[in-house]
Design a protein around this ligand. Structure first.
Ligand code: PRX
Length: 663
């Protein structure tokens, strides 16, 4: 069999004729400028990409030791104006969104003018409730047009939105409400998912009961038509709210400082409860817009589709703020890749003539598993570029995507970034250099990554040497704080190596200078491209009265990338039954949501701990991965240094227990 080429460049010649950035030399020069003189690099782009009420006084001012970052200080602008009003002149009738429902029969296109009108109505209703700049609004909606409408209505009046993914449970929603203290909650009766109704309003009701914080009003969009309980004192139907007499059709956008907050988005960390990552206005908007344009090399007449849910950062940046700032047409899809069948993505690509398509490796693996025929049922020759995000893509999935979807031609943008980074950080650009499957290629502009040796804290010296990934300088899209807890922001991102941003990922750079992300090196696992803190899942498990202790680690999972593996110790005299396992799974789903469902639960008499009582996850990860099969592993030194463990004997039953779970 012929060996696959080391890298892929079939598209390069053609892309070089059309791309915004069309050679390695151009990229190198721009990259150098972006690091040496960020003011001269980002200043002109901020003029080109954004409309301002007032120019900034200085482009960048920062202190990475304190975690203080300011871009375009003194400037004033409004995100909703940038996404809508200014496009009315020449793009009023251009489609902003093709909405494609879960049900293939349910679709609708929404122009920039229509989006603008709806946003103004909702903004007017918010104003009528007394909502003003700086107030928080929590949004818990399915993937429908009203989700970006609600976000942009908040942005228009300067309210800070906090979107909570519709797949999160009532408990998760409640904890986010308690943390951000919103005045308004926006939700819907329900959403559709693979033909079934998901009762969002019911979850929202439950969350409001659980939460000690009282919201003033709940705005409810009627979408699924499922029955809901109703509290007339507090709840308002969306269609009635915006039809209210005397509500103006136009709300003046609030001129926001460049550094005024735009949104909060919760994400999991290695400790404690999820943190509210806060993004501000100008830098985030600019970074989202520029990366949308250049990474996907999108032209004005092309259709873009990012399949993420807007409840995650990918949807915030690449379905809402990036594309709308650029005035592009994108697809907004409510459904799942498997419904009605596993060819759904390609049916939608064909229907809207999607040119640039962005999805997650986990979706590709799930689709590829169903066979190649489905991929070829539709004419997807409109596709010119593909993207992935969320986790490292394995070579099999990469090749399947490249061959069956990309017709051995479309470049694949493997974009590495995070909730905290606001936009792409390390990513290929389609006309710059050949692509290596599994590598994110090179840093985006303004991003200066460095790999530090975990033991010495110094930059690694050799190609392919792995270490912890840090970023040396600020880029416009980065988060500015953790909502209400700047100390946590400093501690999490700027204390590991003072003066640098810590990513939480391991990485390496190869002999050709290409970057490779190895995966998280903190206690965060990445399930189907979604971040979950092991501590969160453990906290849910120990809520059960029969559980004494729990330790959760990730393990390799063919479909999800990483699966969730829980070691659980029960209290004395409690039987370790299948029924108890089921209860524990149900408990985690209730506390966090279905995405946190443990894949495997193993009973443990005891857990390996250090003398200070810290669970030794490194050892548990090896056992969970099935990498240790020899019960004598401790004696033979297979598990590495176990000298800090209080009682190495606890490992033998865990190894045996893992083996029996396999059978
Ligand atoms: O571990 C990295 C992984 O996802 C983490 C960020 O997760 P989240 O904040 O939920 O944002 C996901 C969407 C931007 C990172 O720390 N990750 C993300 N993209 C990639 C990736 N790992 C490898 N390759 C990627 N392309």
């Amino acid at each position: 069999m012929e060996k696959p080429p080391k890298w892929y460049d079939a598209h390069l010649d053609e892309y070089r004729k059309v791309a915004y950035i069309n050679s390695r030399a151009q990229y190198d020069e721009m990259y150098r400028q972006s690091l040496e003189n960020p003011d001269a690099f980002w200043g002109p782009l901020a003029k080109e990409y954004l409309s301002w009420y007032r120019d900034w006084d200085r482009v960048l001012d920062y202190d990475f030791v304190e975690g203080r970052i300011e871009w375009f200080g003194g400037g004033k602008l409004n995100a909703s104006y940038n996404c809508l009003d200014r496009h009315l002149e020449d793009k009023a009738d251009k489609v902003a969104y093709y909405f494609e429902g879960d049900d293939p029969g349910m679709s609708r296109s929404v122009t920039y003018r229509e989006l603008y009108e709806e946003v103004n109505k909702v903004a007017a209703w918010l104003v009528a409730q007394g909502i003003k700049k700086g107030d928080r609004v929590v949004i818990y909606l399915p993937m429908i047009i009203q989700l970006p409408v609600a976000m942009l209505a908040c942005a228009r009046i300067g309210a800070i939105h906090s979107v909570v993914f519709g797949g999160f449970s009532a408990e998760s929603l409640a904890s986010r409400i308690e943390d951000s203290h919103p005045r308004i909650l926006i939700t819907s009766d329900g959403g559709f998912r693979a033909g079934k109704v998901v009762s969002l309003k019911k979850n929202a009701d439950e969350a409001l009961k659980l939460s000690e914080w009282e919201v003033e009003k709940v705005l409810v969009y009627r979408h699924a038509g499922n029955g809901v309980e109703w509290d007339a004192g507090r709840e308002v139907w969306w269609h009635e709210a915006i039809a209210q007499d005397g509500l103006p059709d136009y709300v003046e956008p609030e001129p926001m400082d460049a550094e005024d907050p735009l949104f909060i988005l919760y994400t999991s960390g290695s400790t404690g409860k999820p943190k509210g990552v806060l993004h501000t206005t100008a830098g985030y908007l600019l970074y989202g817009a520029v990366s949308t344009r250049w990474v996907f090399d999108i032209k004005d007449d092309e259709v873009f589709w990012c399949t993420a849910d807007i409840g995650w950062v990918t949807g915030h940046t690449y379905i809402v703020y990036g594309p709308l700032t650029c005035g592009l047409t994108t697809v907004l899809f409510e459904g799942v890749p498997s419904y009605p069948a596993y060819d759904r993505f390609w049916a939608v690509v064909e229907k809207y003539k999607v040119a640039k398509f962005y999805t997650a490796p986990t979706a590709i693996r799930a689709i590829a598993r169903e066979g190649d025929e489905l991929a070829h049922k539709h004419d997807t020759s409109c596709l010119k570029l593909l993207g992935t995000v969320g986790e490292p893509i394995n070579p099999e999935a990469w090749r399947w995507y490249y061959h069956h979807i990309g017709r051995d031609w479309c470049p694949i943008m493997d974009t590495w970034w995070q909730t905290e980074t606001g936009g792409h950080m390390i990513t290929p650009l389609p006309a710059v250099a050949p692509i290596k499957p599994g590598s994110c290629s090179f840093p985006f502009f303004g991003v200066e990554p460095v790999v530090l040796d975990a033991d010495t804290g110094r930059p690694v010296e050799f190609a392919n040497q792995e270490g912890a990934l840090f970023i040396k300088k600020p880029w416009p899209g980065m988060a500015r704080t953790v909502y209400g807890d700047h100390e946590r922001f400093k501690e999490t991102y700027f204390s590991k190596m003072p003066g640098m941003y810590f990513t939480g990922d391991g990485a390496k750079q190869d002999e050709d200078g290409y970057w490779w992300i190895i995966g998280r090196i903190d206690d965060v696992i990445n399930v189907s491209g979604h971040r979950l803190g092991t501590a969160e899942i453990e906290s849910a498990l120990v809520l059960h009265e029969d559980v004494a202790e729990a330790a959760v680690v990730g393990f390799p999972h063919a479909l999800k990338g990483q699966g969730i593996y829980a070691f659980v110790s029960v209290k004395p005299n409690i039987a370790t039954t299948e029924a108890l396992k089921k209860d524990l799974v149900a408990l985690v789903r209730k506390e966090i949501g279905p995405i946190a469902t443990p894949d495997l639960i193993q009973w443990a008499d005891a857990l390996p701990k250090t003398r200070s009582g810290k669970i030794m996850r490194r050892l548990l990860s090896k056992i969970a991965a099935g990498a240790v099969t020899d019960p004598e592993a401790v004696e033979k030194g297979v598990l590495g240094d176990v000298s800090t463990i209080t009682d190495p004997e606890v490992l033998r039953p865990l190894i045996l227990g893992r083996l029996s779970l396999n059978s």
